[in-house]
Design a protein. Structure first.
Length: 109
């Protein structure tokens, strides 16, 4: 989670990885706010960082979406290219092992 430090007008003046207790005007930062803050001429690398920060969440969402579509018989995994099936099966195996090792699994859905 990223946190924003704001000035008296609500404008972002700093971004932090952890909430700091010394600064009273901090709150959770949304992706839209982060994108707006980092946008500007020549700020492509910052925008790419924003994408990287959200990639793992989107991947988990796609995993869950594929599982749901398969359970509802909307798609068959055999309809996907072999490489895609391999990647999905590998991720399922890893997530299953994580579930077996922990009492609570941090899933999106």
């Amino acid at each position: 989670m990223l946190y924003a430090e704001r000035d008296a007008h609500g404008a972002i003046i700093a971004i932090r990885k952890a909430e700091e207790t010394e600064t009273a005007a901090q709150d959770e930062l949304t992706v839209a706010e982060l994108t707006e803050f980092l946008s500007g001429p020549g700020e492509r690398s910052h925008l790419e960082e924003v994408l990287k920060l959200t990639d793992s969440g989107v991947i988990r969402l796609i995993d869950d979406l594929v599982d749901l579509l398969e359970q509802k018989h909307i798609i068959l995994l055999t309809e996907l290219p072999e490489e895609a099936r391999k990647k999905l099966y590998q991720r399922r195996m890893v997530r299953q092992k994580l579930q077996e090792q922990t009492l609570v699994v941090d899933d999106i859905l």
